[in-house]
Write a protein that binds this ligand. Structure first.
Ligand SMILES: [Zn+2]
Length: 150
């Protein structure tokens, strides 16, 4: 461990997305969003990056940006998680209008009172700091909460 490069001091820490397919805003007018790949040949949609389409094996994929509002397709209540993650919480699969779905935590719903009315509920994505890593960078995750009035 003699000549390891030391971290520069006075450099502004940049937030780091917890997954590669989460875009963090880079300027005040930029918005966070999830992105994925869409097959140009058959239209299949994937979260994140793909080398080839698993439906038709085409390698002609284009990047697409997902909307920040989706609908709860299904959900469960998690009672045990990693240390430092408060339980219970609602974990859901969110259908996005572009044809993909993502797994995410949903806040703003009472996990002790699960309700079938949550199926199909409109939810909005937001960012939250998940933790700070050993280098001192803030790791940013995405969660969802119900859209007001839905
Ligand atoms: Zn395809």
């Amino acid at each position: 461990m003699a000549t390891q490069q030391q971290p520069a001091t006075g450099v502004e820490k940049k937030p780091v997305p917890i997954v590669a397919y989460l875009h963090l805003p880079e300027s005040p007018d930029d918005e966070p969003y999830l992105w994925g790949n869409k097959c140009k040949s058959c239209g299949a949609v994937y979260v994140g990056s793909r080398m080839a389409c698993s439906k038709c094996s085409s390698s002609e994929l284009e990047e697409i940006r997902f909307s920040n509002v989706g609908e709860i397709w299904t959900f469960g209540v998690v009672h045990q998680s990693m240390p430092n993650v408060p339980t219970p919480f609602v974990a859901a699969i969110i259908d996005l209008p572009e044809g993909a779905s993502v797994r995410a935590t949903v806040t703003g719903l009472d996990p002790t009172q699960p309700d079938p009315a949550w199926f199909g509920k409109k939810v909005q994505m937001y960012l939250e700091k998940a933790y700070t890593n050993k280098q001192g960078d803030d790791i940013i995750t995405y969660k969802y909460r119900p859209v007001e009035g839905s």
